[in-house]
Design a binder for this molecule. Structure first.
Ligand code: ZN
Length: 167
């Protein structure tokens, strides 16, 4: 999806045109680190997710829950999982396997795309996290580095927002 200000650039492209893409690695790596950290949060807070946002400066995950969350405990939990250097593996399951295990989808609002018969999955460690995901991830949790919970907000009666930052 084009960012604000990029619409003119995108609409100027014609089908079949050759383009050169370049990854802003510094920005991309921060997004990969934060995104992988949100998977660790899913392990620490085993509740359904009803919102998510990731920028190079911060990340947030909204959990559908009413119980309070502890900032320090979550930061410690993330540090422990980062320190344990769990492998992050990309895999795939079939539509039928997903149908047989609907609880694999932890997002309340977004369902994995179907149509090709294969759905990309992410597995962290033996049992840290396993879910359909098309995002960008680091290859090992140790690569996440120092990420801490900077804020926990009660966004609504049934939503707890956890905000992550780089320490
Ligand atoms: Zn992911």
């Amino acid at each position: 999806m084009p960012q604000p200000g990029q619409e003119a650039l995108v609409s100027a492209l014609r089908p079949g045109e050759t383009v050169t893409a370049r990854i802003d690695w510094e920005r991309r790596h921060k997004l990969m680190r934060f995104h992988t950290a949100t998977h660790l949060l899913c392990h620490l807070v085993p509740q359904l997710v009803n919102g998510c946002s990731i920028t190079p400066e911060s990340a947030r995950l909204d959990f559908n829950m009413t119980d309070p969350l502890e900032k320090e405990a979550l930061s410690d939990g993330i540090a422990r999982l980062v320190g344990a250097a769990h492998a992050v593996e990309i895999g795939a399951i079939t539509d039928e396997e997903l149908d047989a295990n609907p609880a694999l989808v932890k997002s309340m609002s977004v369902q994995p795309p179907r149509g090709t018969g294969r759905i990309r999955t992410i597995r962290i460690g033996d049992a840290i996290d396993f879910q359909p995901c098309g995002g960008t991830h680091v290859a090992n949790t140790s690569e996440i580095g120092r990420v801490v919970v900077t804020k926990i907000e009660k966004k609504s009666a049934t939503t707890r927002r956890v905000v992550l930052g780089f320490a």
